[in-house]
Design a protein around this ligand. Structure first.
Ligand code: PLP
Length: 396
């Protein structure tokens, strides 16, 4: 910390958090009501959350689970992924996108990303397809849609399944269609930092009846009926087990929070859009900075605001820039450390330095600024001022 310059602008004694959830009294009431109801785990609130989400995005089936990782696991199980299969995954993502492939002993084939969208580069995907490829994992990084037309075209040509890792995607859209309805299966995340939250939670979406059937059975021990039917007033104690399933069901406490969050998703998105607009307006004229892509055919969900530096115009790099923001009391993060640089993936697949040059170059120059609905205009100004101050002190 001694290496950082003394800030002109500082809220160091009152730091701005990076990504706190917006939880209001309605959220609290909704959860307390479930606690008082005598039915706290999977039940009527979970069913309602699934129905509301399915209606909202226009998909046949929505299955509420306890994380997006669980939803992605269920998606790969539903397509019958086998150990000899390969799944194409961008290297610039969270490890969950690839680890679920390893649950099956199958191979995540990492590929490079597009420098504008930071999502899968269709040409890199095309080059990575082999006779063993079963699926493409399309990650909508930060909430900016992946190039779904190109990915679906490739998938159609090669008989592949498209799975959307839409952990960041709700309530974004691509060519007017909601993210999460653009592939064969999709996973939303309701983790604490995501665009709507249930603390921990996720949702699997699909139009395919067979996938939904399988996932619904596998999400609760492989039991042929769910515990709602079993334990409800009209339910029976009998059940059958048709497979060794998982324990991935969502609780009604979480679902109640999800319903309450869903009701204000649009309002929270408008506020994030406003924050993004103000950031980009302030940063676009600075040759040291590059605001995130916001393409006309994409409705960004603005889960993340990924700012990129032009290192040739600055005397400091990304790491130091993050430190400087920290001393000014501005919470930041980096999304993501490319998977191929991690010990596990290096050791398992022998990745070398110099691979995935686009993802690496972008990773070195990116940082994520605070963007959430609870930010006040003054908070946004503090971030803009801190970024501006750092740029002015350290421009080349
Ligand atoms: C958060 C995240 C996940 C996992 O979500 P959980 O609900 O925490 O399991 C998956 N993929 C990406 C890209 C994420 O950011």
């Amino acid at each position: 910390m001694t290496t950082t310059s003394r800030p002109a602008v500082s809220r160091a004694d009152n730091p701005l958090a990076f990504a706190p959830p917006e939880i209001d009294e309605e959220d609290v009431e909704a959860v307390v009501e479930v606690l008082r109801s005598g039915w706290i785990t999977t039940g009527p609130r979970t069913q309602e959350f699934e129905r509301r989400m399915a209606e909202r995005v226009g998909v046949r089936h929505a299955l509420a689970v306890n994380s997006a990782t669980a939803a992605l696991h269920l998606a790969l199980d539903a397509i019958g992924l086998r150990p000899e299969d390969e799944v194409i995954v961008p290297t610039l993502t969270f490890t969950a996108s690839a680890e679920v492939v390893r649950y099956f002993d199958a191979t995540p084939v990492l590929v490079d990303v597009d420098p504008v969208t930071l999502c899968l580069d269709p040409e890199a995907v095309a080059a990575a397809i082999t006779p063993r490829t079963r699926a493409i994992m399309a990650v909508h990084l930060g909430g900016h849609a992946a190039p779904m037309d190109e990915l679906r075209e490739l998938a159609g040509r090669h008989g592949l399944v498209v799975i959307e890792d839409a952990a960041h995607g709700f309530p974004g859209a691509y060519r007017g269609r909601p993210i999460g309805t653009l592939g064969d299966l999709a996973a939303y995340s309701f983790y604490a930092t995501k665009t709507i939250t249930t603390a921990e939670g996720g949702m699997l979406l699909t139009d395919n009846d067979a996938y939904e059937d399988r996932a619904r059975v596998m999400c609760l021990h492989g039991m042929s009926r769910d515990s709602w039917n079993r334990y409800g007033a009209s339910g029976s104690w009998r059940y059958d087990v048709v497979a060794p399933g998982f324990k991935y069901n969502m609780t009604d406490m979480a679902a109640a929070l999800g319903l309450s969050q869903l009701a204000k998703a649009e309002r929270m998105l408008s506020r994030r859009m406003e924050v993004a607009r103000r950031y980009s307006a302030a940063f676009k004229s600075r040759p040291e900075l590059q605001p995130p892509a916001d393409l006309p055919h994409v409705q960004h969900s603005w889960h993340l605001y990924i700012l990129r530096l032009h290192p040739e115009n600055l005397r400091i790099g990304r790491d130091r820039f993050v430190e400087e923001l920290q001393t000014r009391g501005i919470g930041t993060s980096v999304h993501f450390i490319p998977l191929h640089t991690f010990t596990y993936y290096r050791q398992r697949y022998g990745f070398q330095d110099g691979m995935f040059p686009v993802a690496m170059a972008q990773f070195e120059r990116m940082l994520s600024l605070p963007i959430y609905s609870k930010m006040s205009d003054a908070d946004v100004d503090d971030v803009i001022d801190a970024v501006g101050d750092i740029v002015e002190r350290h421009r080349a």
